[in-house]
Design a protein around this ligand. Structure first.
Ligand code: SF4
Length: 317
């Protein structure tokens, strides 16, 4: 039997322990080690990529002539064009590798995703994006992107990997070539997960499919995952997760699960929303009820386990 492929994630090389920083060091990220058995990482270092050595003088984003430049202040060398060209080529390469996510080093004028310092007449303002990060995310808005600092927040880490799991399954279907039917099936499978992040997402994505059913399925599938990922890119709220859990309970067959048992699950969900019960309490009970019913409900599976369960990315909330 062919072994299932792991999701590929591009990562700023310095976060993987490669000594590529300007000072010849690295900033190995411990959380990436814990999840490493569940993903395949692709290291990238834009500054080494454009031929800057290690160690090297620092570079910064400077606002000049109404534009933002990537400049080495010591020598005045402007790396903007080299970095833009390399970033476009590398973005293309990473897409061909079918990556399901990208993890970038914060604050870097090349890799930082947000609040990177831009210098105006020598004064920094935290308002920019690293050049590579800006090019990659503009060209590939459907690929989940996050800075390593946000992985220290358990809820954000889990949500990022839930998005990675969804992207990975999209790539798996993409290999077989999309049809309207396979896209509708993908949507049905992910409805509960989408609802748990953004209650309006299932209806909005359903409309996208039905309003554009005459479009080429490959193009429609790309539009679908781009919109789906933007709905998933949110702060996870208990009330939304609870809404999806209640909907899952509604899918349990009445013949095997009594009304009394359902009431008990709803009270666990109430406890989770109020913060008096961990999320795992209603999750475990509902999972057990699906097992007792011998019902393989794929949308529930996607919500219960959006990414490998043994990966340690699930927040204990
Ligand atoms: S932040 Fe980006 S450019 Fe800087 S060393 Fe790390 S990978 Fe290279």
């Amino acid at each position: 039997m062919e072994e299932a492929q792991l999701p590929k994630i591009a990562v700023s090389a310095c976060l993987l322990g490669e000594q590529v920083r300007y000072n010849g060091g690295h900033c190995n990220h411990r959380l990436l080690q814990s999840v490493s058995k569940n993903i395949e990482t692709i290291p990238i270092c834009p500054e080494v990529g454009i031929g800057m050595g290690t160690p090297r003088p620092t570079i910064r984003l400077i606002h000049e002539d109404e534009k933002i430049h990537l400049i080495e202040p010591k020598s005045g060398t402007d790396y903007t064009e080299d970095m833009m060209n390399w970033s476009e080529l590398q973005s293309d390469f990473l897409l061909k590798q079918k990556i399901s996510g990208i993890i970038l080093k914060k604050d870097s004028p090349s890799c930082g995703l947000e609040r990177v310092k831009v210098y105006h007449n020598g004064t920094p303002r935290k308002e920019g994006q690293g050049v590579f990060a800006m090019v990659f995310t503009s060209l590939n808005p459907q690929i989940p992107a996050i800075e390593e600092g946000r992985l220290n927040d358990a809820v954000q880490m889990e949500n990022f990997f839930a998005r990675v799991g969804m992207m990975h399954r999209w790539w798996e279907r993409d290999e077989q070539g999309w049809t309207l039917a396979s896209l509708q099936e993908f949507h049905s499978e992910h409805k509960l997960l989408l609802q748990s992040r953004s209650p309006n997402a299932p209806a909005a994505l359903g409309r996208l499919i039905s309003n554009h059913s005459d479009q080429h399925p490959q193009q429609l599938a790309l539009e679908y995952i781009t919109l789906a990922q933007s709905h998933m890119n949110t702060i996870v709220q208990r009330k939304h997760v609870a809404g999806a859990l209640r909907r899952a309970v509604g899918r349990l067959p009445e013949t095997t699960i009594s009304g009394k048992a359902r009431q008990r699950v709803h009270s666990w969900i109430d406890g989770y929303v109020a913060g008096t019960a961990p999320r795992m309490a209603p999750l475990a009970v509902i999972e057990q009820m699906f097992e007792i019913s011998e019902l393989e409900h794929i949308p529930w599976k996607r919500l219960f386990q959006p990414f490998a369960m043994n990966s340690g990315v699930f927040a204990k909330i």
